[in-house]
Unconditional design. Structure first.
Length: 276
């Protein structure tokens, strides 16, 4: 999803874009990834691929290890050998164990599920292999893809509405941040231009629950659909979720000229228009 936005926004830039096909860029085959990058020898590597199914990672930790850590490690090693600059999109799931209400870039990551642990290992592999030539971006709950590609929470809620649902249920005991994929793509293009380095958070301002999101969607569409708040225990999942994934973006605020997401309600309202 994010890759489509980035590719579209890079199209009018002065870059030769290499979009790796899955047959050559298989996260299950770290050695193949390493060889592919050495052979193509790009100047910039945008590592946007990952195993993002949190519960699948919990059920199959070996898969999480391979796809989110070993593959990233291989890409980082190859990047180092060819002198490439690397951008890596990580996750708010690297936090959570401390039980804080919010996390900024100064907080030490301490994940509670295998997805977060595997992504954090990926971060560490990049820092070890590319100490001066990387950008790590931690994103929140990603929204994007529109009608054809949004299989996450917003897409599912709107699908239920279109199917005539008279009531919806959404969890109200977990908070997080929204990250609009289109704005993140803009930021990546901006960051690449100057080779921005380090680790940053990229998310909208304002803590939000999925109940807040569902209720806002219904309100924005002017529908008479009830939204019922429920506890997360109503939907048993394989992986534990942090009580909060709310990201504070200290680093982003210091970048005066960079693209930044608006408050979560504004970004969500604009995104909903893609479905109608």
């Amino acid at each position: 999803m994010l890759g489509r936005y980035v590719k579209n926004k890079m199209a009018d830039k002065e870059y030769e874009i290499i979009s790796a096909e899955r047959s050559f860029f298989d996260l299950n085959k770290p050695d193949q990834l390493y060889k592919y990058i050495i052979q193509t020898s790009p100047d910039i590597i945008l590592h946007l691929a990952a195993e993002t199914e949190v519960d699948l990672c919990e059920r199959e930790p070996q898969l999480a290890l391979t796809r989110n850590y070993r593959s990233t490690e291989a890409i980082a090693k190859a990047s180092s050998e060819i002198g490439a600059y690397m951008v890596y999109v990580s996750t708010s799931n690297v936090y959570g164990h401390e039980g804080r209400l919010s996390y900024n870039e100064l907080d030490v990551p301490f994940p509670i599920n295998y997805y977060g642990k595997s992504k954090l290992l990926g971060e560490e592999a990049i820092k070890y292999n590319l100490p001066d030539n990387y950008l790590i971006i931690r994103a929140g709950w990603m929204i994007g893809g529109g009608v054809d590609f949004d299989h996450k929470f917003v897409g599912k809620i709107i699908a239920q509405i279109k199917q005539g649902a008279e009531s919806l249920q959404a969890v109200d005991d977990k908070i997080g941040s929204i990250t609009p994929a289109n704005k993140l793509a803009e930021f990546i293009c901006w960051a690449v231009k100057d080779g921005l380095g380090g680790t940053l958070h990229f998310a909208c301002e304002g803590a939000v629950t999925r109940y807040d999101i569902a209720r806002f969607i219904v309100k924005s569409l002017g529908l008479n659909v009830s939204v019922l708040p429920v506890q997360s225990s109503k939907f048993p999942l394989s992986a534990p979720r942090p009580n909060s994934e709310y990201l504070e973006c200290l680093g982003l605020k210091s970048l005066n000229d960079s693209p930044k997401p608006l408050f979560w309600e504004s970004e969500l309202e604009e995104y909903i228009k893609n479905f109608f």
